[in-house]
Design a protein around this ligand. Sequence first.
Ligand code: GDG
Length: 476
Amino acid sequence: MARVFIISNRVAMPDSGLHAGGLEVVLKATLKNHPCVWMGWSGETRPQPRVRTLHKGSNTYIVSDLTEEDFDEYYNGFANRVLWPILHYRLDLAEFSRRDLSGYLRVNEHFADELAKVLKPDDVVWVHDYHLIPLAKALRERNLQNRVGFFLHIPMPPPEIITAMPNHERLIPSLCHYDLVGFQTDNDAANFARYLANELGTPAHISRRLGTGERVMRIGTFPVGIEPRGFARLARRAVKSELVRKVIKSIPGTLMIGVDRLDYSKGIALRLEAYERFLAANPAWHGKITYLQITPKSRSQIKEYSEMEGAVNATAGRINGTFSDASWTPMRYVNRPYSRTALSGLYRGARVALVTPLRDGMNLVAKEYVAAQDAADPGVLILSRFAGAAAEFREGALLVNPYDPDAVAAAIASAMAMPLAERKSRHNALFAALLRNDISKWGDKFLSALMGTKEFQLKDGAPASRTKFQDISTRH
Ligand code: GDG
């Protein structure tokens, strides 16, 4: 039986308690519906890397250690110091080094070697995210002709930005070795197609040759979602839990919430500034609003992250120093993670969610917040127009420019004052958008598209516009 190989930087090993971030959530249905082999980095570094295999139910997990050097160059280096900032439109934060690029390519070769040992001809390979862009090329060089798809969870910026990346011509065109390249939004897909047109002069609808086989690369849009009904159930239960009740009870007035990994792409510093301006302009709300920002730390070894941590701490301290009185602190800034259940209950208890990334592939927090609301008395979502989720949430969210703290402050004021009827009609539109794009169908849509079958468009009755294709070809 054909297996689905999922390749990603981190692997959520069963029972390990490790959360592979949003990825674990979006792959849940695929892991349940198909025999899968999930391969990636173990999360450990050792001088002599080991490869371990674990079988659980119909799935297999293969994880490989990396050397300290691999970790520095591939993960902390090229992936997170070059690709992450550039793909989030932050050329100013990118720190390119040739050594890191070599490390990145070397680790990709390593995963290709490990895959080549276990892959059978009819297995399907699904590669995730920016850590593994050149993997299909490395597989083709090992003469593997399997169907191989790639999904980019983060944004694809316009070619004017990508081409500023040193050695982009070694990396980005290697995506053409995939059979299907998927993006979160039509905008990301169009940016990639424009890169290929500008840089490779690639016209559409011509097949490309590779070795003896002929293959057409397709570009598609596959926005990730959540399981809205399941998450709503979780939130309904969670809001009654002791922890959530205790938090809500301890808050005077209305709760506003933000939940983000501590990452510069999430726009936390500017968001805090917007809240500060809201407080300065709206003394009537003093004592009646508490902003809870839950921000687990991530990638702290990278300089830009630790610097940002300091800046956000300082702004949170300044806000509380300026506006608190003996009975009220305007914001709670928390760096520890909470369980998914606790988060869902806190979302439900919050009248407003502030989701203002400067750039985000999708942003699942926005979707979880909407799913968690009580439809009879829902909260308001303030959402950055630069989150992928904005494409689906145009109707319903208060869309803002996260670079404009005055506009975000004004959105907080209108969210706080919004009458019930408007909150309900906005929530209705948002929840309908969630239902149209249930994550339990996402993996199968991608895999059917990868296999070239048509069911994925027909099975769930989703509007055809949700999954768009472009056939692109290049000659190698
Ligand atoms: C990447 C792309 C894209 C957060 N804090 C806690 C916690 N979380 C959970 C959230 C949500 C997930 O982590 C974060 O997902 P996002 O989508 O918001 O952001 P990234 O981690 O940057 O994910 C993104 C995603 O991939 C999927 O394609 O949407 O654009 O950047 O589910 O709830 N979970 C728990 N405790 C926390 O404290 N348990």
